[in-house]
Design a protein around this ligand. Structure first.
Ligand SMILES: [Zn+2]
Length: 122
């Protein structure tokens, strides 16, 4: 194989294999590799998913005990949601963080109240 020699810091763009967004890679001459910080869009999507999951855990008052998720009655879900929202706003911005919380609340409502309502119908 021919040894590639490129100027240090040369930039190339490749499409993200998940969303097609441009991902910038930089050539590191010393180690002869392309390095990239990854796809920013997919990274943000992942972070949104993580926050949504966390909001759901907060709403359900679930706590990880010895590797298992258990409902902890002593937990204050309002306090937990507020804490997670603070972090989410810092990272995702105000409107996205609130949208993620709203989605989590709707899902929580659908799962808990929806199940209860359906059980009354039958
Ligand atoms: Zn992507």
């Amino acid at each position: 194989m021919r040894i590639v020699d490129r100027p240090n810091g040369e930039i190339k763009k490749v499409a993200c294999f998940q969303c097609g967004n441009d991902v910038v890679s930089k050539w590191h001459k010393k180690s002869k590799v392309w390095r990239s910080r990854g796809c920013l869009i997919c990274y943000r999507k992942d972070r949104i998913d993580i926050y949504k999951r966390q909001f759901l855990l907060d709403l359900k008052k679930q706590k990880n005990v010895d590797g298992k998720w258990r409902v902890s009655k002593s937990e204050n879900s309002k306090l937990r949601v507020a804490k997670t929202l603070t972090y989410a706003i810092k990272e995702l911005g105000d409107s996205t963080a609130r949208r993620v919380l709203r989605e989590a609340c709707l899902e929580y409502w659908e799962v808990t109240i929806g199940r209860w309502a359906r059980s009354l119908q039958s």
